[in-house]
Design a protein. Structure first.
Lengths: 442, 114
């Protein structure tokens, strides 16, 4: 029997039907390639968990008419910003109106199970062949290392294609198997994000968050008394009939301080400024996911002969701006385009695959990741941004707006003293400069 | 017994630790949908002797769904059925002593909302 005749062949195999994978499949299938989109879950989206919001610029690059395809968005983000939690107070620094109210919303709050399913359906509409409930366990390689297919956990589950696009997510076992990454990401570079999806009537959500109606939504990053003064951040997103409330703490921090993440989350939900927002809500779902926050320095090699890596598997996350979903989508698109080019030239060698890295360099993805390359280390070494400054901000504003019946001069001295007791002015100035450097990439 | 070079046990001030509420994890787990693979666990301890000598046992804490608990005999037991496949234990075990695989296709956590 000639086994080569029985081989199941595609032009492109995409591993993982998440944001990057379905984007890659959409682009390649639209151009007429035979695409297998392999998903280990019962259906796309079942393994994915995030804050969060989806950015429309990325969706529109693949589907200019996306709104007419009825994406399962929750609410447009019409208010965004930072919340600073003190011991029992809350200072909100959010923006609304202006650009956020202008034209197509920049982002929508979203839940991943319905969204990723819809996103994969768009790839299927272009002709991609979805293979769910199938875990890819290894590659099929030529003696020279060229990737020519994948091995799955199905009986006789070997699939062949000259291009394999790896969108396996943060647990990048396959990326490591190819030698594109030499070791696991370190616990100090991984945030464990956990979240509760809490049901509340839409009118209650509107009233509690000051939103006029269901066409308005909030996305907030919560700093301060969230993560016990340790590197971490909370978040609140208003969905249509639910809230997404959670936090991310570095895995190394949880391990070294022996913290139970669900206790940290429960403490945050019980904070005097947060508890009234979630009161009476029903827990619909709890879950967790790792976020690769190491950025540029944690990126694997992005290609090898016959294979490309995109999304979380390639550590494409900008931790400060909570961007990652948009990078995954655009990287998936660029991977799909590289697969097309390779098919056009009938050349699947490293030389052509390298075009993917070039495309990423021309895009915001590698430019931003490079600029923010020091940011996660900055947070690690400057926990005061999680603790001292947000607390100071609450105390200072609280004092400023309180009439004590004392001379203001004394008051301002007191406010400044509440900072300098915790951090010297010189130290604070240094912190600001470090933050500037970490953000601007100097 | 190789240890993660970066691992360093640290103390949280007692007053701060006291602010952490007790959580009954099962109340959270009932909200998660799973397709449990009864025949094939995808997580296990490689060598219980290493755990016995591990003074940190951070897996008992950082796992978001409390998969790892201490049995009466002092052995770590692994309730893989509750796993949400986040991968924390894969990289967080200071001794790399947890064997971590993806569940077979179709099995494991199946988020309804995400």
């Amino acid at each position: 029997m000639n086994t080569t005749d029985e081989r199941i062949r595609f032009d492109v195999i995409v591993v993982g039907a998440g944001l990057a994978g379905s984007a890659a499949a959409m682009v390649a299938a639209r151009a007429g390639l035979d695409v297998a989109l392999i998903e280990r879950g019962q259906k796309p989206g079942g393994k994915n968990y995030f804050g969060g919001a989806i950015y429309t610029h990325a969706i529109a690059e693949l589907l200019p008419d996306f709104m007419s395809r009825r994406p399962p968005f929750e609410r447009p983000v019409t208010e965004a910003g930072f919340w600073f939690l003190g011991a029992d107070g809350l200072t909100r620094v959010t923006v609304q109106g202006g650009k956020l109210a202008d034209g197509t919303p920049d982002a929508y709050t979203t839940l991943r199970a319905p969204f990723d399913l819809w996103w994969a359906e768009q790839a299927q509409k272009e002709g991609a062949f979805l293979i769910p409930k199938t875990t890819v366990v290894d590659f099929i390689r030529e003696p020279d290392g060229q990737v020519v297919g994948v091995k799955t956990d199905r009986p006789q589950g070997e699939l062949y294609a000259p291009v394999v696009i790896i969108c396996e997510g943060v647990n990048n076992l396959l990326t490591q198997k190819l030698g594109l990454s030499e070791h696991d990401l370190e616990p100090a570079h991984l945030a464990l994000g956990i979240k509760q999806v809490i049901a509340l009537p839409p009118e209650t959500i509107n009233a509690r968050f000051g939103l006029p109606d269901g066409d308005h939504g909030l996305a907030a990053s919560v700093l301060g008394n969230v993560s016990l003064g340790l590197p971490g951040m909370g978040f609140v997103y208003t969905n249509s009939k639910t809230l997404s409330v959670g936090l991310g703490v570095m895995l190394a921090t949880l391990a070294e301080y022996k913290l139970k993440p669900y206790e940290v989350l429960e403490r945050y939900l019980k904070h005097p400024a947060i508890a009234p927002l979630v009161a009476g809500g029903q827990l619909l779902e709890y879950g967790g996911h790792l976020i690769p926050e190491g950025g540029y320095h944690d990126m694997p090699k992005l290609y090898t002969g016959g294979a490309l890596v995109a999304g979380d598997a390639a550590a494409m996350v900008n931790a400060l701006h909570w961007e990652g979903t948009n990078m995954a989508i655009i990287a998936g698109k660029l991977a799909g385009e590289t697969a097309l080019e390779a098919h056009g030239r009938s050349d699947f060698s490293q030389r052509v695959m390298a075009g993917y890295a070039e495309r990423l360099k021309q895009s915001f993805i590698l430019q931003d990741l490079k600029q923010y390359r020091r940011f996660s280390q900055f947070l690690d070494t400057h926990p005061e941004f999680m603790d001292i400054y947000p607390t100071f901000l609450n105390d200072a504003l609280g004092d400023f707006f309180t009439a004590y019946g004392r001379p203001k001069k004394e008051l301002f001295k007191g406010i400044l003293g509440s900072l300098t007791r915790r951090r010297s002015l010189l130290g604070a100035a240094g912190d600001l400069i470090s933050m500037g450097r970490a953000v601007l990439g100097w | 017994m190789k240890r993660n070079d970066g691992f360093e046990a640290k103390e949280l001030p007692a007053a701060l630790r006291e602010t952490l509420p007790d959580v009954y994890v099962d109340d959270l787990l009932v909200s998660i949908k799973y397709f449990i693979d009864e025949e094939h666990p995808h997580l296990w301890i490689e060598d219980h002797a290493i755990c016995a000598r591990c003074q940190y046992k951070p897996c008992l804490d950082f796992c978001p769904v409390n998969v790892y608990t201490l049995a009466h005999d002092g052995k770590i037991q692994v309730a893989y059925q509750a796993c949400v496949e986040c991968g924390s234990c894969r990289v967080g075990c200071p001794y790399g002593n947890i064997s971590w695989q993806l569940p077979r296709g179709g099995y494991g956590v199946a988020y309804k909302f995400g």
